[in-house]
Ligand binder design. Structure first.
Ligand SMILES: [Zn+2]
Length: 372
């Protein structure tokens, strides 16, 4: 999650997959996993070029240890940041990534996070005092969180009952085989299909699984299909004279709950004769929707390189549900998570001590705002 968000926000290279366990589409097998968390952060363990820009980030092992000892990890993380910052030259920007707060909120919930944020506030005030009030502090997150007790969805069991086989690699004969990397405990699942014709079948099979909100898959070169319990829809994109516009079509129900917005766009004359509205109009009318900026967000998740090995089917879960690696799930109770297309997960924050920032900005357009 973090690597996808930060590579978009900082204009860096996309990571290989959604998490460190990923499916390699050229070798048609699962790769990576826990081994990526052991030892030093050697080049093969650097998922995206944004990490080259960081002056501080936690040691690699913390990413895993945070699930076992979140309190120890966030305190050590913040102290290390404080010491490193004090030792750094004060003549240039300093870019630190404090990751312990993510694990802390997942496992201990918002009350414990508040304690960590107060501690961070103290450190930042100390920095402000020692560096002078002209020093701008910019604070931002890579994603949000839903603050719900979460339960695991029975994704593999369900797909097996629908006649699919679950595998970690595909051969020529594995037409009904799907691979679903299970790692961090997040509100989405990325499915890879042995048979390129099976995408719609997989998405349809998931409609009635408890915890699934909707699934998306590529439908031709300029569209995605959206299938969920709330209906079936399609998002299409067109480019005219360098301008991007989107159209939302439904054949049943309203899976993205956009009918009222569609009506507003129509009444305000923002729809062209084919029913497309400009990318900017969609962004402005849906920035605060329960699925923020859903057309561009979902379309680009499948048609651009958010990761090198894009999933065939992406599943967005309802708040209160996650998919992930079961040993992690046994280790911990999950007090909060993120990763679905809903507002609590999709919205991040961005604040500055010196500048008034716009009310919303896409991750892809955030870079100029992040570094002053
Ligand atoms: Zn997280």
């Amino acid at each position: 999650m973090t690597n996808i968000a930060l590579s978009a926000m900082l204009g860096a290279t996309p990571p290989l997959g959604y998490e460190s366990l990923y499916f390699d589409k050229s070798s048609r097998e699962l790769r990576g996993g826990v081994s990526k968390y052991i030892g030093w952060r050697t080049p093969d363990k650097i998922p995206s070029s944004y990490m080259d820009e960081l002056d501080y980030q936690e040691p690699l092992a913390f990413e895993f240890l945070v699930y076992v000892a979140p309190e120890r990890v966030w305190r050590t993380d913040m102290q290390r940041f404080r010491e490193r910052f004090r030792a750094a030259p004060q003549t240039r920007d300093y870019f630190a990534f404090l990751k312990g707060t993510d694990g802390l909120l997942h496992i201990r919930g918002p009350e414990r996070l508040a304690v960590a944020l107060e501690s961070l506030d103290k450190i930042l005030r100390e920095i402000q005092t020692s560096c002078g009030w002209e020093t701008e502090i910019v604070l931002f997150s890579d994603h949000g969180m839903n603050l719900r007790e979460n339960q695991r969805i029975h994704l593999k069991t369900h797909l097996r009952s629908r006649g699919f086989a679950l595998g970690s690699s595909f051969s020529e004969t594995s037409r009904d085989t799907v691979a679903i990397p299970a790692f961090g405990l997040c509100g989405y699942a990325a499915i890879y299909c042995g048979d390129g014709e099976a995408l719609a079948d997989v998405a349809n099979s998931l409609v009635e699984l408890e915890g699934v909100d909707f699934s998306i898959y590529r439908d031709g070169t300029r569209a995605i299909a959206v299938t969920g319990a709330n209906g079936v829809g399609r998002v299409e994109r067109k480019q005219t004279n360098g301008e991007t516009s989107y159209r939302y079509l439904t054949s049943d129900g309203d899976p993205l709950q956009l009918q009222p917005i569609l009506e507003t766009l129509k009444q305000t004359g923002k729809l062209d004769e084919e029913g497309f509205a400009s990318d900017q109009d969609w962004l402005e009318t849906t920035a605060n929707h329960i699925y923020p900026d859903p057309l561009a967000n979902l379309y680009t998740s499948l048609h651009t390189q958010r990761v090198r090995h894009t999933a065939d089917v992406l599943v967005s879960l309802r708040d209160g549900y996650y998919y992930g690696w079961s040993p992690f799930a046994r280790l911990t109770r999950l007090a909060a998570t993120h990763g679905n297309a809903l507002r609590p997960s999709s919205n991040a924050f961005l604040m500055s001590t010196h500048r008034t920032l716009p009310p919303f900005v896409r991750a892809d357009d955030a870079q100029p705002l992040l570094r002053g």
